[in-house]
Every structure is written in C-alpha cells, then in structure tokens.
Design a protein around this ligand. Structure first.
Ligand code: SF4
Length: 889
C-alpha cells in the first residue's frame, strides 16, 4: 500500500462494515497494517475479524478503475457528459420523476448530502432511496412515531450499564461482534440477558433466558409485557402522565392482542413459565435496555414491533436514563449518516420531512434553489417496481448491489435490464448490479475516500483517506458535483473538498432549528479545515459554536421532553400482524435469512480476503434433524430450496437448535460467487406499510435434495480462464489459486475433460470408479497449476488451507504430490472447518484439544490461541465444548 500520511503515525479512520463504527488505525507500512483504535469510544481498541482483515481488501484486483459506457472504456469527460445528458433528456421528456437515485449506507455523509441535494433540490426528483430501507427503516419509523424524530436515545455504554439486557431479533455476536464483546465483558453478578430469537444463535450463549418464539410474534410478546406491567403495578404512572400520550389506547390494543401470559405463550409458541420470567425480570429491573435489530425491522410489522418495544420502555419511564432504553442496533456503517442528510425517500433533508412546517421553503432557501421536489418519493421496493413499469427511466445506483439484496431479486434484475439508463458508481467491477449497468463510474473505496460516518449511537467519526486514488477512480462527491455542473448547477456544487460539504450539512442542521429537530450539529458548522481533519469522534447533537465536549450528548430525552408537537412521547396502539409469507402445502418450510460471522453484505469486499471464507465457504441451509429426515436430506450434501422460479442451492448443515419447519440461509452469496446462492429469490416483495421495509427475514420455500452424481473441487492458479461446466458451483478465491466447489447431475468421463478443466494435460491421476472417486493434478515446471478432486461423498473432499499452500511451493514436494492424490495432507492432520478465523484454527484441531482435556475456552485459547483475538468464535468454541461433553456423557 502507498500510504498518504505524515511521519510514521498511523492514520485514524473508521471501519466501513457494520453500524458499530469501530475506530481503526491504518498503518500499511507497519507489520500490523490495521489495528483497533484504543481511543475510539465505540471499540476501545478492539476489532472483529472483518475489521482486522481490512488491509487485505485494499488491493486493485477486482476494482472498477476506469469509466465505462455501454461496455466501452471512456474518459471521465465523456462518462460525465453521458450521465448528465441522460438525466437532462429524461427530465425534459418525462419529467423529474423519471430519474431516481438509489444510495447506500456505505456512502460517506458528504457523498450522501451531495446526492440528496442534487436530486431533491435541483433535478427535483423525490425518488431518492437507499439500501438502508432494507436495514433499519422500520426502526426509523418507530422512533418517529414515538419520539417525534429518528433518534436513538441511548449510547453503547447503556448496553453495559443495564442490569437486564434484552436482545430482540439480534445475533449481535455475529452481526455486531465488537459491541457484543462489550456486552459480554459487562457480565457481573445480578446482570441478566434475555435473547428473543426463533433461532438459537451464537448470541444465545450470553442468555440467561432464550425465548425461541414463533417467527413474527414479537408484537404479541411485547404487548403481553405491557399488559403484565399494568396488571402487576409495574407502570411508572408519573412518567406516563407527565411525558406521554396515548397510553390507554395502546393498553387496550395490547389487552385485545395478548391478554395474559397463557395467550402470549400459546401464540408465540413459548413456555408460559419462560414468558412469566421475562416479564418479571423486566418489571423488576429499572436498568433495562432492549437492543433490537433486523429480526425486528425486516418484517411486515417491523414498525409495530419497534413501537411495541418502545411502548414498554415509555410505560416504565425507561428512556434516556443510564443503562435503560430501547436501542436500535443499526446494520450499516453510515445508515445513520444517510438518515441525517435525508437520504430516505420519505424525508427531505436534515431530519426534515416534506410535511414539516416550512421545511420545503426553508431547504430551498438554504440551497439557493427555487423549489425542491414536491413530496415524498418511492421507497426501495416501489422504486424498482416503477423502474420495471418504465416510469423511472434513469436510475443512478451508488455503492450498493440491489440485484442481490432486494426481495424478488430476479424481478429487480429484469427491471434494470429494461431501464433505458442504469448508472452505477462502485469501487468493484463485477457485481450482479454492474452486470446490468449502461454506465459504470469508478468510485473511491475505503482508505481512498475522506469524510464522516455516524454509528448506531449517534457518534460521528472521520473516515480518513490514507491511500492515493488508483487509476481514474474519483470520490462520489466529486462525480456528483461534476454532473451537477453539467446540468447547470455549478454554483450550488462548488465544493473543493469534503470539509466544504460537511460544514454546509452542519449549517443546514441548525438552520432555523429552534429545537424542533433533534438532529443539530450546528456547533460543527464553523470548523476550520484543520478542525475537520482533526475531528475526534463526537455524538450529536452538537449545539452552538462552543467547542463541543465529548460525551455531552450521550443520552437524549433525559428530561422526558420529546420532539413531538406537544413534547410528549407517543404510545402506539399495536394489533397483531403476522408474517405474510407463511408456509403452505406447496412451500412447507419457513425461510429465515441472516448474516454470518465473517462476511459482509453481498461479499463484494469480504470475499477478497481468503481467511474470511474459511469459516463458511459455501451457501448453506441449516435445519433441524427431524426436517432432514422429513425431506430426505443428508448432512453435507446439497439441498434445493425453491419459490416459483427462484432456486437457492446450499450445503445442508444439521442444526438441532433450529425450530422444526424453519430453515436458515445466509444473505451474502450472489451470482458472482455461486450458481444459485442468492437468498432473496426466496423472499417476496412484501413490505411494512409504514416503513416500506421488506419482510426479508421471513420467506418460504419447497425443499428437496439437489441430487447429483458427483461432488468435486477444482483449484486453478489465480486468474486462469474458467473452462469447467457444472450444475452447481461456488467460487472461493484463495491466496494462490481460485477454488470452486462443483457438483454435477450426470456421470462424467473425466479423462475426456481434463485438458479443458485443468488448462492442459494432467500429470498425476488416480481413479476409483466404485467410489466415484477421481483425482488429477497438472504440474508445470515443477509447480502445481491445477488440481481436480471428485468424489461420490462430499465429506471426502478437503476444505483446507494446505491445498492453497501447494500452489505456493516453488517445486511441488513429494509429500504434496502424495497428499493431492490422497486428498489430505499426509504430514499434517486436516484442521477441519475453520472456527477461529484470526488464527485459522479448525474444528478437528479443537475437537482433539478438547479430547486432550482442554475443557474451557481459556484452555483452548492457551493451547491453540483460538478465541484470543477478536473473540467472535468464542460462542462456537463453547458450543463445541458442550457438544463434546454431551457426546462423551
Ligand atoms: S464490529 Fe463492525 S465496525 Fe467493528 S470491526 Fe467488526 S465489522 Fe468493523
């Protein structure tokens, strides 16, 4: 890496993955090129394995480096002219509403701000939405209904201070690993944790009580809690009377939906004693935080779920107090920054909605434009439907991959293929979305761009540039400004650097803001360039021009005064709405989708780090052993899930902790990495009526074995052309070679295809027809060039590091040759599936250590180092210890 920094100091920046927003020290010249920033309040020096691998993702391989127009490399002038021309023509012929922007929680606040201003203020299209719609828009809507503004009232410290921590629909151990480690480190005598999740996840290891409720019944559980509090003298009536409104109607609805514990237990499929215990703990613990995430948000009743939780906190007066409050765990690194600038279709700018009194005129005046867009635009799912209909004719997608992430993704691809002009700004060349783009604009990636992000606790941190812009790559704000200039709006977009944009954004937040808008960072509007460069992490709001004091905005609504018209918080009456996508005779299993520990979103960045693919290297399907028997599925073999024409193929993983009739599949794989690994083909375009967030957590499918004649693995030295054909494939890039899991329905005559698949004649061959086993390797000048391993039993094909190592040998050793034919390292025991990604420790090694007497996580750490770095694997280590003990019992 070519580092842009002064002296030998590392550059302070922020991780670009999840909403925890960890501080990172980037110092590529050092032998530890990235490290956790000890002074960052979010992580205090910790990083998870994704953050710790960031330096492995900054190479140029796979990058989009030059502008491309309809398949032809062009210069920036031409690309920008094409973009501006398409927008201008579309506005002239079809009106401003024929142009749309689809933004991303990965954009920096400055980029978001410029895109929002250009679209709503100058092109005057309201159709600006973002992938944050898929992540936390239900939490946003719930906050606005209850508090009058999209505000997370608490801070991370509250998750530590809480004596009762309730985690609803959140696998924080995998999705927010560093925050989870903070929650875990706060364990103490008397502190309790309740996990509410249909699945037993890695987070459940923290639970004193795990409520594995029927998916989609969270409102019933929390409505039941409100009733229980009312019946058992658990209400803070003083707080309700002084600071809230709408309590009686909320309680009435709750009583109709969840009158008593028995009714709750029956509807939620829980044990009454467990429900009672949860309610009693909640009632008796003043310091209670309820953290909620995608299991709550990604639902047809996501907003109601959020409000059902908030209702219980308002009813007990537990908002904005140390160790107490509802806490939305945001998925993306800058989802909150996007919300601050107004990057959702139903908001205008700086926490002003279109119908906020005087907002349209105020924003127009501030931006120096005659008028802004008329009213709210289309939310993500409706927006792409409008593209499909032909109402939207130019769409500019920035830093996101909707062809994978939106529900019914096959229809989204179809919509984009029909759209006259699809513009995609991205730092990655090949994604499912760039594949259907007309114009590709190379955008700066992490380490190259410069600006700010806001994490889940309202903390604004600098993402600093420390690498030069490669080739013709440009920052998003620059690209947007150049298009604005070509459209005739040069004066309003005359930004020289990100600081200019941030200061304008800060000024707008305070402009004519007399306390009616919670988001206010006017205190940062007068920062000097140096002040912006040096800006330390700071939570908003930041009022006035006095130098902001760190920590002064930790908690909001501490005085019970909210940002509604009458300053009272609003209870919301919640009735029961169950998931729309229910199992049926045709589609007998419920599909739960979610994240895995070592991947991020659609893998465009994390898949470039081999060690992040060692934990789970293929799409998979987790299901209960009874369901495996019911659907004739075998552990380690392939299963096919289908919903109409949509098909997902994944490797079966036996999971006794999965509820019967429900399967879990990961969201990450896409068409670049697997033949049929896109989870969203199994979810329909069903959305929450308030927030517009899709019901992404709850699909349905038919399930059956994907029967094949052979299973194989092909490894070929990096960047060789693909020559193989297979009914199933999954690409796993390694350090020295490309690797594919393959499977085929037809018998193959292997000698006939070897030349093609290996790129030339094979030199080592072993065949055992009875076992449907075949091994072949091609060696050129003593170096391994390609190897094919085929077997009737997929468990006999190794998923191990040593194969990659063979490609690094200058001259393939005799032992390696033997190992390739044996399909196992003859010198080293196969470590098994990697559990600890930091130190590459596998399941077999851990099992052997446990057999040797390492009966605790600490003992395993001492022996193998596993679990001693980021700690993300500790729940799995505990699980293995538990499994091992129960097997030997
Ligand atoms: S917890 Fe999130 S922000 Fe922190 S290092 Fe991991 S991915 Fe990055």
């Amino acid at each position: 890496m070519d580092l842009l920094k002064a002296g030998n100091d590392a550059v302070r920046t922020t991780c670009p993955y999840c909403g925890v927003g960890c501080g990172v020290l980037a110092d590529p010249d050092n032998h530890t090129p990235v490290a956790g920033d000890r002074v960052h309040p979010a992580n205090r020096g910790r990083l998870c394995v994704k953050g710790a691998s960031l330096h492995e993702t900054t190479g140029k391989e796979g990058r989009l480096l030059v502008p491309v127009v309809r398949g032809q490399r062009v210069g920036w002038e031409q690309a920008l002219d094409e973009v501006a021309g398409a927008i201008r023509d579309s506005v002239r012929t079809h009106g401003p509403g024929s142009v749309a922007f689809y933004l991303s929680g990965q954009l920096l606040t400055e980029d978001y701000y410029v895109a929002n201003k250009l679209a709503k203020g100058f092109i005057r299209t309201p159709h600006v939405d973002t992938n944050s719609r898929l992540c936390m828009s239900s939490a946003v809507a719930a906050h606005k209904r209850a508090f009058g503004a999209d505000v997370v009232p608490g801070c991370y410290e509250d998750l530590e201070l809480a004596d009762l921590l309730v985690l609803a629909g959140s696998n924080a151990a995998w999705a927010h690993p560093v925050l989870y480690q903070r929650m875990k480190a706060a364990a103490r005598e008397g502190r309790r944790v309740v996990v509410i999740d249909p699945r037993r996840t890695a987070t459940s290891e923290l639970a004193d009580l795990h409520l594995a409720l029927r998916p989609g019944t969270d409102t019933i559980l929390f409505n039941g809690l409100l009733c229980w509090l009312a019946r058992h003298d658990g209400l803070d009536t003083g707080y309700i009377e002084a600071h809230c409104q709408g309590f009686e109607s909320a309680l009435e609805s709750a009583r109709a939906a969840a009158p008593d514990v028995a009714a709750v237990a029956r509807q939620c499929d829980l044990q009454p004693d467990d429900v009672e215990t949860f309610y009693r703990w909640f009632a008796n613990t003043p310091r209670t935080v309820t953290g909620f995430s995608q299991g709550i948000n990604q639902s047809v009743a996501g907003t109601d779920k959020g409000n059902a939780i908030i209702n219980c906190h308002l009813a007990t007066g537990r908002v904005g107090k140390p160790g107490s409050g509802p806490f939305s765990l945001t998925g993306q690194p800058n989802a909150m920054g996007g919300r601050e600038v107004g990057g959702l279709a139903n908001t205008l700018a700086a926490h002003m909605d279109y119908d906020s009194p005087g907002a349209r005129e105020r924003v127009a005046r501030f931006w120096g434009t005659e008028a802004v867009a008329n009213g709210p635009g289309l939310k993500a799912v409706d927006l792409f439907e409008a593209v499909h209909r032909g109402d939207i004719r130019v769409i500019w997608i920035m830093g996101t991959n909707p062809a994978v992430s939106l529900p019914d993704s096959a229809r989204v691809r179809e919509a984009l293929a029909r759209c006259p002009t699809v513009i995609v700004s991205d730092c990655v060349a090949n994604t499912d979305t760039t594949a259907v783009a007309d114009i590709l604009l190379p955008a700066a990636g992490w380490g190259e761009k410069d600006g700010t992000v806001t994490n889940s606790e309202r903390c604004i941190s600098r993402q600093r540039r420390f690498l030069p812009l490669p080739a013709e790559v440009k920052p998003d704000w620059w690209i947007l400004g150049e298009v604005a200039r070509r459209l005739g709006f040069a004066a309003a977009f005359d930004y020289q650097r990100p600081a200019d944009i941030f200061l304008e954004h800060a000024a707008l937040s305070g402009h004519e803001n007399h306390g009616e808008r919670a988001f206010n960072i006017a205190g940062l509007a007068a920062l000097s360039d140096q002040g912006y460069d040096d800006l330390a992490p700071i939570q908003w709001p930041v009022y006035g021009e006095a130098a902001p004091q760190a920590g002064e905005s930790k908690r909001l609504f501490t005085d019970g005064r909210f940002v509604t018209d009458n300053h009272r918080a609003r209870f919301v009456a919640i009735s029961t709405v169950l998931p729309v996508q229910q199992a049926s005779d045709d589609y007998p299993v419920v599909v739960n989708t979610g994240r895995i520990r070592d991947q991020w979103h659609t893998m465009t960045r994390t898949a470039s780090t081999p060690r992040l693919l060692t934990h789970r290297s293929e799409p998979f399907v987790e299901l209960h052993p009874d369901d495996m028997a019911r659907f004739r599925l075998e552990d380690g073999y392939l299963a096919s899930l289908t919903l109409r024409e949509g098909q997902f193929i994944g490797r079966v993983r036996k999971c006794s902790e999965q509820r019967r009739g429900e399967v879990f599949i990961p969201i990450h794989w896409n068409r670049q990495f697997a033949s049929r690994g896109v989870a969203t083909v199994l979810t329909e375009s069903v959305t929450d009526p308030v927030s517009g967030q899709p019901e992404a957590k709850h699909g349905r499918a038919a399930i059956a074995p994907f029967r094949v004649h052979w299973h194989g693995r092909l490894l070929v030295r990096r960047n060789r052309p693909r020559r193989w054909q297979s009914d199933y494939w999954c690409h796993v890039p390694l350090h020295h070679c490309d690797s594919w899991w393959l499977a085929g329905r037809q018998p193959m005559h292997w000698p006939a295809i070897l030349n093609d698949w290996l790129g030339g004649p094979a030199h080592l061959i072993m065949a055992d027809e009875a076992q449907r086993r075949f091994r072949a390797a091609r060696i050129v000048d003593g170096q391994l060039e390609a190897v094919l391993m085929v077997d009737g039993n997929p468990a006999l094909i190794p998923d191990a590091d040593w194969l990659d190592g063979c490609f690094a040998e200058a001259k393939l050793s005799t032992n390696s040759r033997r190992a390739l034919l044996a399909a196992r390292d003859v010198d080293v025991d196969d470590p098994g599936a990697i559990i600890c990604s930091c130190f590459q420790v596998g399941e077999h090694q851990i099992g052997a250590a446990i057999e040797d007497g390492a009966g605790s996580v600490e003992a395993l750490g001492e022996k193998l180092r596993c679990g001693t770095n980021c700690g993300s694997c500790i729940p799995e280590l505990r699980h293995l210890i538990g499994v091992s003990v129960s097997e030997s019992a």
